[in-house]
Write a protein that binds this ligand. Structure first.
Ligand SMILES: Cc1cc2nc3c(=O)[nH]c(=O)nc-3n(C[C@H](O)[C@H](O)[C@H](O)COP(=O)(O)O)c2cc1C
Length: 196
């Protein structure tokens, strides 16, 4: 029987990501990221989880983007992983911080050259008049940085520091297993089984 109540939820996240790496066709680390605008409207899009620390999961993006504007303004977000091949889901809710420069540089420098130039060339989420404009910017930045482009000042990472993590496994007749971990300052993580 699935009962992770004694476990650290980040270890369980690692295990499930590892399982998904063996079963998903693409991007086992893909996760839906929800942010909220100051007018209260939520917006959601996929990002790739690119690492974690003891308290947070990390992802990277362009600071000019819609998501970055909302994350920086509210400092709140939610995430949802879903692995179709495993019939499992993990939900997270928490606070948002930017990752430090060293962590962001390390990740940026690990990316292929084309992706690093792409980060320079994209004014993410702003209107683009044509693909030719984008191709021109890629060419221009490739000339500026023929090798080892530095991380653009408008590109970096965020940490989602969850205070809630919920694990869901598909069950027969829709009698799914759900465990919600909640974090308190005094007691750390504790888990409760939920009705499906
Ligand atoms: C599987 C998948 C992974 C993605 N990963 C990222 C990512 O890690 N970072 C990112 O900025 N955009 C990523 N995108 C693109 C975003 O979903 C989105 O289109 C883009 O970030 C602009 O979102 P925004 O306008 O809400 O800021 C990904 C898209 C898909 C489908």
């Amino acid at each position: 029987m699935f009962d992770p109540s004694g476990e650290n939820p980040f270890d369980l996240l690692d295990q499930w990501l590892n399982d998904a790496a063996g079963s998903e066709i693409n991007d086992p680390n893909a996760v839906a990221l929800a942010s909220v605008a100051e007018d209260g409207f939520p917006s959601v899009r996929m990002v790739l989880m690119k690492g974690r620390d003891d308290e947070a999961v990390h992802f990277y993006t362009n600071f000019t983007s819609r998501k970055a504007g909302e994350l920086d303004a509210t400092r709140k977000a939610a995430m949802c992983f879903h692995w179709k091949s495993l019939r499992r889901q993990i939900r997270l809710v928490g606070a948002i911080e930017r990752v430090d420069d060293v962590t962001a540089d390390d990740y940026y420098n690990s990316r292929p050259y084309g992706s690093r130039i792409g980060a320079w060339a994209s004014d993410q989420s702003s209107p683009l008049d044509s693909r030719a404009t984008l191709a021109g910017k890629v060419e221009e930045f490739s000339r500026t940085y023929p090798e080892n482009p530095p991380r653009p000042p408008y590109w970096g990472g965020y940490r989602l520091v969850p205070h809630e993590m919920e694990f869901w496994i598909d069950g027969e007749s829709r009698l799914h297993d759900r465990f919600r971990f909640t974090k308190s300052v005094e007691n750390g993580w504790s888990a409760a089984r939920l009705y499906p």
